[in-house]
Design a protein around this ligand. Structure first.
Ligand code: NAD
Length: 354
């Protein structure tokens, strides 16, 4: 892969490679676009098969963050970091503080947070070396785990999609399949139970299945049977790319609304396929933005009710995008992307005038 060609193609501003022999830390920070503000996005710790895979991931994820923040109306650009998980490296306090120093070197152009493989404990270590970090634990003045806020946004996006389908946003009696009952999936189920939805769950982690089953009355589905299951709403809350050539023709639902990032294997092709099948798709990066909104509120002075109020806008935003998509027979993901890009473009023009 030619990295500069790839950066040009995906319109990235900066990639920063870092390595620390002492702690075994190595990774990449990707800054896609900082027109709307400092680039914020989590740090992913992952065992990449090779460096190309890590580069590809940081480019893709940081670009996604630009659009997520833009569509949410918050004043942040898009960034993300990946740490190439070296099983030999000791991932102790020194490891994370070393990473914090690299984040600090960017002088606030990039603000980090949690992602897959990182947690509030690591964030605390990172915060000893840099102030450019969000998702700090509450006792350090942070917003803590963003998952409940993400789940709230997903729930509201789901309701807006249901309203687009039937004229009512009630989820009462709807058969909803939640695929992946980790942090976000479990908080989402709490909202769905209050609405008296009929919930089924699928997960590969038996402990998570058990914790939901103990708390709520749910049907448990084999993870391999998800796409054949009878459901009104499919809520992908585990992995990306679950909407693809194989799964879309099988789906029996009328709405897809979930937390997972990059649900469409190919945004154009699979967004179109869902539209052609008459399935309403609530764009993932729009309805799962509660987490980044929570981080944004942390950067301006954290207050949970303010974060929840800002997340509430996801309902109207989803409704507006689905209406435009329906009126123009367009793919909802593309409508959302166009809106997100337009805001960056418009603000970029204003900033050039200075
Ligand atoms: P999590 O790791 O807590 O939960 C994911 C769950 O999915 C786990 O229980 C896991 O066992 C399950 N899973 C993995 N593979 C599966 C499979 N093949 N079939 C069924 N279940 C499977 O993660 P999370 O924080 O709940 O995030 C869920 C999704 O939402 C992820 O894609 C994440 O990137 C996205 N997301 C999360 C947040 C947030 O605030 N946590 C914000 C935005 C987007």
């Amino acid at each position: 892969m030619n990295v500069f060609d790839k950066m040009e193609e995906m319109e990235h501003e900066q990639l920063m490679f870092f390595s620390d022999k002492e702690t075994g830390l190595k990774g990449i920070i990707g800054i896609h676009n900082s027109v709307l503000g400092p680039a914020l996005g989590g740090t992913r710790l992952w065992r990449y098969a090779n460096e190309q895979e890590a580069i590809q991931d940081v480019l893709r994820l940081s670009r996604g963050m630009s659009f997520k923040s833009s569509i949410s109306g918050i004043h942040l650009g898009g960034g993300k970091a990946v740490i190439i998980d070296n099983p030999q490296a000791k991932k102790d306090e020194a490891f994370w503080r070393s990473y914090g120093k690299f984040v600090d070197n960017l002088g606030g152009k990039y603000i980090t947070a949690e992602d897959v493989g990182t947690n509030t404990q690591f964030i605390e270590y990172i915060s000893r070396e840099t102030e450019h970090v969000a998702g700090k634990p509450e006792y350090l003045g942070g917003g803590g785990d963003p998952s409940p806020v993400t789940a709230y946004g997903v729930y509201l996006g789901m309701k807006a999609a249901q309203k687009q389908l039937s004229g009512s946003d009630s989820l009462k009696g709807k058969k909803i399949l939640v695929q992946g009952v980790g942090s976000v999936g479990q908080y989402l189920i709490d909202y769905l139970v209050k609405e008296e939805a009929k919930i089924s769950i699928a997960d590969i982690n038996q402990a998570n299945i058990a914790s939901v089953s103990l708390k709520h009355q749910v049907d448990v589905i084999d993870p391999n049977q998800v796409y054949d299951a009878d459901m009104d709403i499919y809520a992908p809350c585990a992995l990306g790319a679950t909407l693809n050539d194989d799964t879309i023709p099988k789906l029996k639902c009328s709405v897809v609304a979930g937390a997972a990032n990059n649900q469409l294997a190919d945004e154009r092709k699979h967004g179109d396929m869902l539209r052609d099948r008459g399935i309403i798709y609530a764009p993932d990066f729009l309805i799962n933005a509660g987490g980044v909104i929570n981080c944004y509120i942390e950067t301006v002075g954290y207050n949970r009710s303010r974060a929840m109020a800002a997340t509430e806008k996801i309902y109207d935003q989803t409704a507006a995008i689905l209406t435009i998509a329906a009126q123009n027979a367009k793919n909802s993901q593309e409508v959302a992307l166009e809106m997100a890009m337009k805001r960056i473009e418009d603000i970029g023009k204003i900033r050039q005038r200075r």
